[in-house]
Ligand binder design. Structure first.
Ligand code: ADP
Ligand code: TRP
Length: 332
């Protein structure tokens, strides 16, 4: 039986962090055995907000190296870079005719970015969801493992697919955001405000490239207080976040012990953070070291990119042939 097609992408806009790992990469790794997987580095998407390309190459190679270090196997999943597959640009251009200015202007991420970079509201930013739809539809992918922040983009991809199918005939499945039945993961930042992210608030985000001392320093600085005064009281958000982070990397018995200490008011956050810092170090250090070794092996990464691009272009080329045929763009 043919395996279902799965696809996802990560922008090359900076260092990957614990949120990317638990929100995205862990799911990729779990899916690579059972699905026909395509995972790529979205370097064109990065240009919509990061026009300076000095760091682009490093970022692209690092995202690849970190994904492989987290367990993605280029022999199992197709790993590639978006700009190596020009068929995506062709489909993006064609889908642009089916996307309306009004709906693009209403997209939440567009409105956020207009607020963040009012000096650079470019057409690429406006049509970001169309490019993302092209990424997905070019492999006729069905399942798309992403975090909650991408749900609206997925809905738009379904709309574009539907419009195409309706007008020109059935070519595309309607893609859905996918996770493993658990509630969608949101990895909180260490300062109790918002989520870990690539570019905001770097001292409150744990990056997969952070060294042991920096990890300890960030964890020890995490927001806490002098502890509860009433037994079994509710946890303030920033304390709940600490427990949530600890649950990601520490043994269940360890977390249970600190829960019990919290409930009988004997908890010492200094001890809890020390324990969490060590468990974070134990989790991140092997990934960091593996990623550094892969990142240094440019020959290997070039091979991965080349093999990935070939496979991706084959699949994308087959879709584009169907698209042109259904649209009547075939003149001889
Ligand atoms: P960032 O927001 O750090 O720039 P991206 O937008 O490139 O990261 O997101 C890549 C993937 O990682 C997406 O699937 C996104 O949902 C997921 N992700 C990013 N930050 C978090 C977080 N703090 N918790 C859970 N998932 C996250
Ligand atoms: N927009 C996604 C993000 O910011 C990255 C992305 C680009 C993507 N193209 C995609 C994710 C296609 C899934 C499928 O995280």
């Amino acid at each position: 039986m043919q395996k279902e097609v799965v696809l996802s992408g990560i922008r090359s806009t900076g260092f990957l962090h614990l949120g990317n790992y638990f929100g995205a990469m862990r799911n990729y790794v779990r899916m690579q055995d059972d699905f026909d997987c395509y995972f790529f580095v979205a370097d064109w998407h990065a240009l919509t907000t990061h026009p300076d390309t000095k760091e682009l190459r490093n970022s692209v190679l690092r995202v690849l190296a970190e994904n492989i270090a987290c367990g993605l196997d280029p022999e199992k999943a197709c790993l590639y870079v978006q700009s190596h597959v020009p068929e995506i640009a062709e489909l993006y251009m064609l889908l642009n005719m089916l996307a309306y200015k009004g709906e693009l202007e209403k997209t939440t991420t567009f409105k956020d970015k207009v607020r963040l970079q009012p000096q650079n509201v470019n057409a690429g930013l406006l049509t970001y969801p169309v490019l993302m739809a092209a990424d997905i539809l070019v492999h006729r992918a069905f399942k798309v493992p992403v975090g909650k922040d991408q749900e609206q983009h997925l809905e738009m991809a379904r709309n574009f697919a539907q419009r195409f199918n309706h007008r020109y005939g059935d070519v595309f499945p309607e893609p859905v955001a996918f996770n493993f039945g658990e509630s969608l993961v949101k990895v909180p930042s260490l300062d109790g405000a918002g989520k870990m992210s690539k570019s905001e608030n770097q001292m409150a985000t744990l990056y997969l490239a952070d060294d042991d001392e920096l990890i300890r320093k960030k964890v020890m600085k995490a927001k806490s207080d002098s502890g509860p005064t009433e037994p079994n009281s509710d946890k303030p958000d920033y304390i709940e976040n600490l427990f949530q982070l600890m649950r990601l990397v520490s043994k269940k018995e360890t977390v249970d012990q600190f829960e019990a200490d919290y409930n009988n008011c004997t908890i010492r956050y200094g001890d809890m953070k020390k324990q969490m810092a060590e468990d974070m170090v134990a989790f991140i250090a092997p990934i960091r070291e593996k990623a550094a070794a892969i990142y240094a092996d440019e020959k290997y990464l070039a091979e991965v990119m080349q093999t990935g691009a070939e496979k991706a272009r084959k699949s994308a080329g087959a879709t584009l042939a169907l698209v042109r045929e259904h649209m009547g763009l075939k003149y001889f």
